[in-house]
Design a protein around this ligand. Structure first.
Ligand SMILES: Cc1ncc(COP(=O)(O)O)c(C=O)c1O
Length: 288
């Protein structure tokens, strides 16, 4: 299966896609991105991902970007790559201009890169089945984590620490000892029969998967409440659950050295996964 890039509208093998060194994405991380899952050749939660992309662009005062045009090029690239099960990565930078911190004046055209590639779900499927171990790590990110920018160095450091510990993810903990989210997934927990999650705000990314899961819990009659909880409360939770675009729904069975839910995937995670999976099946069934 070919990995294709669409660079500023031109589709090519990913190895041929080159960006100038004056690109502000390269120099400053002055760029926003999205990652969508492709099921049976179609983009899952497309409207939600592109609404978030629009918001990220707006929050960073990007000059106008034709997001409908981006969506069209995403479809073209998926079709050209013949990708059935995969992911699409979309990145838009503020464009190419000699290095200076202030925005280019007058504005320059944004750089747009779309990459489609196959995705092998089997490792994640094993985690869904058996549960995953995670570490905790200081949340070193900036104060606008609600914007999906490509400035991911703090996320990379925490993910690398998790990898070295033989763990799947790192749960981020702020300087006050409150858990926020994970490096590339949203964090949920179950305490006293209630599902919990960090309130939406600048501390976390508004996850598209979390948004869907929170819609599903209403029909499942699982009570949900947002709250900021200290790490100690997370460690004594009945369940801890990660949700995200490629992760989907993964139960956590250990945080640092503390077993969660007796070290086995819990019942709420199982119900959420089933409901989530049904939604995906319905989407696939709509085909077209
Ligand atoms: C920091 C962070 N939180 C949460 C998520 C989950 O978001 P989504 O469900 O839209 O994939 C991501 C996804 O990349 C992320 O990077």
């Amino acid at each position: 299966m070919k990995v294709l890039a669409c660079l500023n509208g031109e589709i090519m093998p990913v190895e041929q896609a080159k960006v100038p060194v004056w690109d502000r994405g390269f120099l400053f991380g002055d760029a926003v991105y999205e990652v969508c899952r492709i099921y049976r050749g179609r983009c899952w939660l497309e409207a939600e991902h592109f609404a978030r992309l629009r918001r990220s662009l707006q929050e960073l005062e990007f000059p106008s970007v034709d997001v409908d045009g981006v969506i069209h090029r995403v479809h073209r690239t998926i079709d050209a790559g013949g990708i059935v099960e995969g992911t699409v990565y979309i990145q838009i930078t503020r464009g190419v201009a000699p290095r200076t911190h202030a925005f280019p004046d007058p504005p320059v055209p944004p750089t747009e890169v779309i990459i489609v590639r196959p995705y092998d779900d089997r490792p994640t499927a094993r985690l869904r089945e058996n549960g995953a171990k995670v570490i905790t790590h200081p949340d070193l990110r900036w104060k606008r984590c609600d914007i999906k920018s490509t400035n991911l160095l703090a996320n990379c450091l925490a993910t690398e620490a998790a990898r070295r510990a033989g763990c799947h993810e790192a749960i981020l903990v702020d300087s006050a000892g409150i858990v926020t989210e994970s490096t590339h997934t949203s964090l949920l927990w179950v305490r006293q029969g209630r599902l919990g999650g960090t309130p939406e705000g600048p501390e976390i990314l508004p996850g598209t998967t979390r948004q869907l899961v929170l819609r599903l819990v209403r029909t499942l009659d699982i009570p949900f409440a947002e709250s900021r909880i200290p790490l100690a409360d997370l460690l004594s939770a009945d369940e801890v659950i990660l949700v995200g675009t490629t992760t989907e729904v993964v139960p956590i069975i250990q945080v640092d050295d503390t077993p969660i839910a007796g070290g086995r995937p819990g019942p709420v995670a199982a119900r959420l996964w089933e409901a989530y999976h049904d939604e995906v099946e319905r989407f696939i069934g709509q085909g077209g």
